[in-house]
Design a protein around this ligand. Structure first.
Ligand SMILES: Cc1cc2nc3c(=O)[nH]c(=O)nc-3n(C[C@H](O)[C@H](O)[C@H](O)COP(=O)(O)O)c2cc1C
Length: 203
């Protein structure tokens, strides 16, 4: 009986002391790098000409696909274009069949980002647009933490849906483009845009 009590006490001591360690290892808000990255990120609309190196881009894409997603269906597809000639071809395809579209104007909607990603959703899964949004946010935040700027781009989406552009992008049958996200090394430091905490209520 005495031995049993001693063993129980020992177990309790081990549990209590390991709990204490976990609490100690929690970083405070002031030094929390995730929070710092979230609060410091800004949309970037002026870039240096060089594309994001592919190793860094692979890390950003891996962070993207590690986002939470419904039933782990990973109901997204991503295409990456990081060569100027290929971006020009894509722009050409976006302008195809419409003489009123000026390629230089159309290209400007990419805000000069030298690395473009195009994200498409699986139309067969009702939460796919959420999955894509979470993937995008993981990419944008991991990019910022690695010194890479980004810009979410809704404007090119309709033109990217044109057949000529789809032929270049080669998404799986039925996949629908939700957003384009440009990446690159920032050539500006924009100020934070205000946010309205009034939209949030504790109930
Ligand atoms: C779905 C979506 C679409 C967007 N489309 C564009 C766009 O086409 N062009 C652009 O310059 N910015 C675009 N943005 C960037 C927003 O304007 C920007 O995130 C917002 O003004 C807040 O600024 P911040 O990202 O610097 O905090 C888009 C952002 C999102 C999330």
């Amino acid at each position: 009986m005495k031995i049993l009590t001693k063993i129980s006490l020992l177990c309790l001591l081990i549990i209590v002391s390991s709990c204490g360690q976990e609490v100690e290892n929690q970083p405070s808000n002031e030094t929390n790098q995730v929070i710092e990255t979230i609060m410091a990120r800004r949309s970037i609309r002026a870039y240096k000409p060089e594309a994001v190196d592919r190793e860094t881009m692979k890390t950003i894409l891996e962070c993207g696909i590690n986002a939470p997603n419904g039933q782990n269906k990973q109901s997204w597809e991503v295409r990456v274009i990081d060569e100027p000639a290929k971006i020009d071809k894509l722009v050409e395809a976006m302008c195809s069949g419409d003489d009123n579209l000026d390629p230089a104007n159309v290209k400007s909607i990419f805000r000069g980002a030298p690395t473009l990603t195009i994200i498409a959703k699986d139309p067969g899964y009702r939460f796919s647009h959420i999955d894509c949004g979470l993937l995008i946010e993981n990419m944008v935040l991991s990019a910022w933490s690695l010194g890479v700027g980004s810009i979410c781009l809704g404007m090119p989406v309709e033109l990217l849906k044109k057949e000529a552009a789809q032929e270049i992008l080669q998404f799986s049958e039925g996949y629908e483009i939700v957003l384009c996200v440009g990446f690159g090394y920032a050539d500006e430091s924009p100020a934070a845009k205000p946010r309205d905490m009034g939209k949030v209520k504790f109930l």
